[in-house]
Design a protein around this ligand. Structure first.
Ligand code: SF4
Ligand code: SF4
Length: 202
């Protein structure tokens, strides 16, 4: 390699190498957020027993205090996590569809209800209608193609903004290993409530 080329290579590497790890460290320390779906899934198995104890613990926390904390944490975490980078709920959840929602979406797609139902829905014997594919047929490149008309369940998920958090513990913990927002809110909630220390002293 020519001496001038070597010099340029050195300048480029000297500029890039010290900055990259430093930059990533700062990001991690600042937000301390886990977004890797594989890490979250692994940690969900590792935390199973602890989460069972935490669910019991949460049932005894005053509802309005708990709701306030969860909603604050939800705001904090969901402004950092980009759902379009994730899309895991749209890839892994069974979506329940009501009659009105099916009407609305089929009109938006300019399809007859019959054609819409045939293409997208599965009807159980109990009359419950579900989307018939997973990932959801309306997910494209991690974006919802019917966003304005999306179903109520999609609008609400992960539902951490709603009151009565501790009356929906089963559902939230069921999605703990799937949804980075739920995972990080619950992990932060453990710290906020000093759960580990309380739990160890029992
Ligand atoms: S309708 Fe849209 S938001 Fe709902 S699961 Fe499908 S892609 Fe996701
Ligand atoms: S709500 Fe949760 S699972 Fe769905 S895209 Fe956002 S972070 Fe991912």
């Amino acid at each position: 390699m020519h001496i001038v080329d070597k010099l340029y290579l050195f300048i480029i590497l000297a500029t890039i190498l010290p900055i990259r790890p430093y930059f990533y460290n700062i990001q991690t320390q600042k937000h301390d957020i886990i977004t890797s779906l594989s890490v979250i899934s692994e940690q969900s198995l590792a935390h199973f027993d602890q989460n069972e104890r935490f669910k019991t613990y949460l049932k005894h926390v005053e509802i309005s205090d708990l709701d306030q904390k969860v909603q604050e944490l939800n705001h904090e975490v969901s402004t950092i996590i980009d759902c379009q980078q994730c899309g895991n709920c749209c890839k892994t959840l069974m979506i329940v569809v009501t009659d009105e929602e099916a009407d609305r979406v089929s009109i938006g797609l300019e399809k007859s209800r019959t054609a819409f139902d045939l293409q997208y829905l599965e009807k159980g014997s109990n009359g419950l209608m579900l989307m018939n594919s997973m990932p959801c047929s309306f997910l494209n490149d991690n974006s919802c193609t019917i966003y304005e008309n999306r179903f109520e369940g999609c609008r609400e998920f992960p539902a951490l903004h709603l009151p009565d958090f501790n009356k929906r513990l089963f559902a939230h913990f069921m999605h703990y290993g799937r949804c980075p927002i739920i995972f990080n809110v619950i992990e932060r909630l453990k710290i906020e409530l000093n759960f580990e220390n309380c739990n160890e002293s029992r």
